[in-house]
Structure formats: structure tokens, C-alpha cells
Design a protein around this ligand. Structure first.
Ligand code: FPP
Length: 247
């Protein structure tokens, strides 16, 4: 665990990740500590998210993937699911102008068809509106599961093989990766999870194979660009060998 001892850097490290993935955990506990209902924690989480997106934009991080709603999250109490879905609509209504102005390109990772109609429309509009942007790639995982993503890719390969459009003997890692929601994007360099749990929870299993993992105790609504900067320093201090030895 990499907190709470945090040195407080003021600048950025020279080496930055190209792709950061974040599991934004701890909203519920943040709310409970304040005697608030869990959805209040998620609403506070949106504020933290805004700051991190701005930081990625300003610091030139190419791709940010955030885990907003997993396929398992449907099993939460109905009230909380409704609150999260409402928040999602408000998020796109409230943030899309700024994101578009900042040249952010939004991509949804997950089964968009499985979202309720209004949310599906909102995310499709956001993807269409920002699809030509060339700044930060913002991947929002919604109704996302990593195993489901792998199965989807496998199914699409099998369908193409069945119709002769693709020769299974030709399949390589790049070809498989192109079939994932993140097709065309770099693999994850830095995986951050807030909230104290030390697991990846089915988030981007293929893309994080060689990612550096940083787990901290901060509850997501308390996560800030200062905390993010410290995690970038931890990343910069890691020795990435990709299975090779240091020379
Ligand atoms: C996990 O915390 C967080 C989530 C399941 C939702 C994350 C969503 C947001 C930060 C806001 C929504 C995002 C968008 C793009 C609108 P938890 O509820 O499991 O916290 P706990 O472990 O403390 O209970």
C-alpha cells in the first residue's frame, strides 16, 4: 500500500504514463463517515473525477480509463443503481461542453446496449460529439466486465472465422487487442485503485498485463490532483522490465 506517507512533490516526474486506469473506490465509505447516503459519495466522486480529468489534460497524459459502473454493480440496491444512473445523465449533461472544449475524446468501454435508454442515448451522443477530438482519450467503463470484454472479442473472431473473413492461424496479440473496447489505444501503464482494496476487480485484464499497480488508502472523493501526482511519482520510480532483465 502506498499511502499515507506521501512526500508532497510539487512538480511532475519526467517519465509519465501514456495510459492510466483508475478504480475509483471508496465513495460509499466516504459518505458513511459523514452520515450521508451512499449516492452522496458517488456525487462527491464526480467532483474528484473532474479534477483528475483536468490534470490529465493539463499534464499531457494520453489516455485515462475510469471504472464507473461494472456489470456486477447492477446487483447493488435498486436505489443506489438508480442514483448512479441519474448521476450519469447529469454528468454528461453538465460536463460535455467542457470536455469537448478541452478536445477530450470520449469512448465507452462496456455493453452500451445494456444501459437504460436515456443513458444509452446520452453516452452515444457524447461519443459522437467528441469522436473527432484529438486530445485526452477518456475511456468511461460502463456496464463493463473484463471477462465479458474478452468473450466479446473471442466471439467476434469466431464469427469472422466462420465466414472466412479471418484465418485463425493468423491471430496474434495485436489482432486480438484490436477487438477489445480499447482497440488502437496503448496498453495501461499505470493502474491506480483508491479506497484500500488490493484487487483489480475485472477491470481491463488484457490491457493491464504489464501495468504498474498502485493501491492507496484514499477514499475516492478525497483523491485529488496532488494525490495523483504522488502516484505518478511512484510510477516513475518503478523499474519496468516487461519480463526481461535489467542490463
Ligand atoms: C466504488 O465505490 C465506486 C463506484 C461503484 C462508482 C464510481 C462512480 C463515480 C465515481 C461517479 C460516477 C462516474 C461518472 C462518469 C458519472 P463504492 O461505492 O464501492 O465505495 P465503498 O467501497 O466505500 O462502498
Amino acid at each position: 500500500m502506498n499511502s499515507p506517507k506521501r512526500p508532497g512533490h510539487t512538480g511532475l516526474p519526467g517519465k509519465l504514463p501514456r495510459h492510466v486506469a483508475i478504480v475509483m473506490d471508496g465513495n460509499g465509505r466516504w459518505a458513511r463517515k459523514r452520515g450521508l447516503p451512499r449516492p452522496a459519495g458517488h456525487a462527491a466522486g464526480v467532483e474528484a473525477l473532474r479534477d483528475i480529468i483536468r490534470a490529465c489534460d493539463e499534464w499531457g497524459i494520453g489516455t485515462l480509463s475510469i471504472y464507473a459502473f461494472s456489470t456486477e454493480n447492477w446487483a447493488r440496491p435498486g436505489e443506489e443503481v438508480s442514483a448512479l444512473m441519474g448521476l450519469l445523465l447529469r454528468y454528461f449533461a453538465g460536463e460535455i461542453d467542457e470536455l469537448d472544449e478541452k478536445n477530450v475524446r470520449i469512448r465507452i468501454l462496456g455493453d452500451v446496449e445494456g444501459l437504460p435508454g436515456p443513458q444509452r442515448d446520452a453516452v452515444c451522443r457524447a461519443m459522437e460529439r467528441t469522436g473527432g477530438n484529438t486530445g485526452l482519450n477518456l475511456n468511461i467503463a460502463l456496464n463493463y466486465g473484463g471477462r465479458q470484454e474478452l468473450l466479446r472479442a473471442a466471439r467476434s473472431l469466431m464469427a469472422d472465422a466462420a465466414t472466412g473473413r479471418f484465418d485463425p492461424g493468423e491471430l496474434d496479440e495485436q489482432g486480438f487487442a484490436r477487438r477489445l473496447y480499447t482497440g488502437g489505444q496503448p496498453e495501461v501503464d499505470l493502474f491506480i485503485r483508491t479506497g484500500g482494496e488490493v484487487r483489480t476487480s475485472n477491470f481491463l485484464p488484457w490491457q493491464t498485463t504489464y501495468a504498474e499497480m498502485v493501491f492507496n488508502e484514499i477514499l475516492w472523493p478525497d483523491y485529488s490532483r496532488e494525490a495523483f501526482r504522488e502516484d505518478l511519482w511512484i510510477y516513475a520510480g518503478r523499474d519496468r522490465r516487461f519480463g526481461m532483465v535489467r542490463t
